[in-house]
Design a protein around this ligand. Structure first.
Ligand code: URA
Length: 262
C-alpha cells in the first residue's frame, strides 16, 4: 500500500509543487501524528486539489494557474472573499515581480491589480525607475477582494486565513516567472512571503530571500498616499527601488539617485 510520502513523491515527479489539504486529509494527518511512533498501518491521505502550472510558455502557465485559482475550493470554503478573481498583470517572463496585498474596489471593477489610487502611485514609482507596468509582473498575495458587511467601495486587508488560501498561487506564479528580484509592498505581502512577523520599517532597507530569489520589502504605495508630507517615507521607498535597480543592473542617473532628498 503506498504511503503518503510515496504519493507526494509521485506528485512531485509529475511536476506538482503545491498540495491543498482538505478537512478529511487534515483529520488523517492529525491521527497519524497522534499515533506517533506506534508505526501502525500507513494511511493514504486524500488530496483535494493540487496546483499545476500547465502549458509550454510562461503566459500559458500563468493562464492555467488563473483558471485554477478562480475555482479554488479553499477560497470558496472560506466564504469571506468576493467572487470575482483579480489574478495578475504584466510580463510573465519579467525580471522584476511586484507583490501587493489584495484587489480593492477599483481592481475588482477593472479586473486588474493596482489600477486604483495606489496603482497610480505605483505607476509613478515604476516611471521614476524607467520601467512600465508592461515590463514587470504585478500580482497580489490574495486574488480576491476581501468582502465586507454592507459592501460599497470600502476595502479591507485579507485575514491570515484568506492569505493562506491564495498564497499557494503566488508561490506557483513565482515558480513560473522566476524573476531576478521580488518587491513585496506593505506588511501583508511581506508577512505572506517572509513570515517574519516584523513591521515593514524593520524589514525594509535590506535584501531578504524568497525561494532563493532576492526580495526587497518596502512600504505599500497606498501608505505613501496617506502621508501628509512624507518626504522621508518617499525617500525610503526610493532607496529600496534604487537597490532593486542596482540588483537588476538598470542604468541609474545622478538625477535618479537624488530623488526625494531634502
Ligand atoms: N493594493 C494592493 O495591494 N493591490 C492591488 O491590487 C491594489 C491595491
Amino acid at each position: 500500500m503506498p504511503t503518503i510520502l510515496d504519493y507526494l513523491k509521485q506528485l512531485k515527479r509529475q511536476g506538482v509543487e503545491y498540495v491543498e489539504v482538505d478537512d478529511e486529509a487534515r483529520g488523517v494527518l492529525r491521527e497519524l501524528y497522534t499515533r506517533g511512533s506506534a508505526r501502525k498501518q500507513p494511511v493514504v491521505a486524500p488530496v483535494a486539489q493540487a496546483i499545476q502550472a500547465v502549458g509550454t510558455t510562461s503566459a500559458e502557465k500563468i493562464a492555467s494557474l488563473a483558471t485554477q485559482a478562480a475555482n479554488w475550493s479553499a477560497v470558496k470554503a472560506l466564504g469571506t472573499l468576493r467572487d470575482k478573481m483579480v489574478f495578475s498583470v504584466g510580463n510573465p517572463d519579467a525580471r522584476l515581480m511586484l507583490v501587493g496585498e489584495a484587489p480593492g474596489y477599483q481592481e475588482e471593477r477593472q479586473g486588474q491589480p493596482f489600477v486604483g489610487p495606489a496603482g497610480q502611485k505605483l505607476d509613478a514609482i515604476l516611471k521614476a525607475m524607467g520601467l512600465s507596468r508592461e515590463e514587470v509582473y504585478l500580482s497580489n498575495v490574495c486574488k480576491f477582494r476581501p468582502a465586507m458587511k454592507n459592501q460599497t467601495t470600502g476595502n479591507r486587508k485579507p485575514s491570515s486565513e484568506e492569505m493562506a488560501a491564495t498564497l499557494p498561487f503566488l508561490c506557483a506564479e513565482i515558480d513560473v516567472v522566476r524573476p531576478d528580484v521580488i518587491i513585496a509592498f506593505g506588511a501583508t505581502a511581506s508577512e505572506g512571503l517572509l513570515k517574519q512577523g516584523q513591521s515593514v520599517s524593520k524589514l525594509r532597507g535590506e535584501w531578504r530571500q524568497f525561494q532563493g530569489i532576492p526580495l526587497r520589502a518596502t512600504f505599500h504605495p497606498s501608505y505613501l498616499l496617506h502621508q501628509q508630507e512624507g518626504l522621508k517615507e518617499k525617500r525610503q521607498v526610493w532607496e529600496d527601488m534604487l537597490a532593486v535597480m542596482e540588483k537588476l543592473r538598470l542604468p541609474i542617473s545622478e538625477k535618479q539617485r537624488g530623488f526625494f532628498k531634502k
